[in-house]
Write a protein that binds this ligand. Sequence first.
Ligand SMILES: *Cc1c(COP(=O)(O)O)cnc(C)c1O
Length: 365
Amino acid sequence: MTQRAFNFSAGPAVLPEPVLEQAQRELLVLPGARASVMEISHRSGTFKEIIAAAEANLRTLLAIPDNYSVLFLQGGARQQFSMVPMNLLTPDCPSADYILTGAWGRHALKEAHKCGAMRTAWDGSEGNFSTLPPADALDLAADAAYVHYTSNETIQGVQFPEEPATGDVPLVCDASSDFLHRPLDISRYGLIYACAQKNIGPAGVTVVVIRNDLLERSCETLPSSLNYQAQAKAGSLLNTAPTFAIYIVRLVTEWLLHEMGGLDKMYALNQAQAEQLYQVIDRSAGFYEAHAEPTCRSLMNVVFRLPNDELTAQFISEAAQHHLTALAGHRSVGGIRASIYNAMPAAGVTALADFMADFRNKHAN
Ligand SMILES: *Cc1c(COP(=O)(O)O)cnc(C)c1O
């Protein structure tokens, strides 16, 4: 087998090697099933055990309270951009507030506008999406149906270290690129969603955690597959679920629980690994320049620039020779983006930090 590189892809992203190995061992015959997980009914006892275990693991990892439902949906995070307003706006509260700290928040708002006139509570685009709203800068409406924000802006590498203070209006969070990177107080959220392919599994499934009273807002005229209440009642099995993706989510959550020792430990590791890269940036005397302000630097997506495009291209190609791949920044930001999700091995971060230091020593004048 050719060597696996250290893969810094923003998504679909690196998965834990023990998870891939277990999936490989079980690919032809899932224990007890006499067939592959991809070849059995989503209504079989075997699959129902898998989806129940995935949910139970998530509930344990995040201490999800009993008055919240966990859904496994399709259509990616982008479908949530529509499902959130379709389900949560009400005749009394026909508008919601959006906090824009990067490209994904802007996409979410654009979709929501199709359901009504949304309000922008804060827009960081003037600062090129490199900061968070200062305290008291949020323009919030008391009668908003919800407040939407993006906990980690995957493209700009801007992350909220904690939830923004938004009062009593239900908080809705797109946590696609940092879900499970740290413990959360779920009771602070009305709804939190995350596509799997960054930090929790492969593409094809999106996890939604929703407070049960909000399920009552779903209107009967909505298409069933886009209706949170209908999905919750059906245990996410209204139609054929993405069975393989949910199976991998079960394995990833097991890995987090049993091999990584839970989210406190995972968080400490994530903090240390991000710090390793930001230190190289901060000690480079300006050769590397981080995109995000120090107070909101992402622990998941480390975004930085080199002095010019030529050096950036050279950095990417030399890194690939060192088995460090998928480091090119998003086309809208340029530079380098090193995505270091939960599954990135410590050796990968160290190899990148060493490579960055060497590259700077060779090329800084
Ligand atoms: C990747 C990503 C999305 C889009 O996810 P899809 O599953 O491709 O729809 C949305 N929000 C954030 C923060 C992301 O990182």
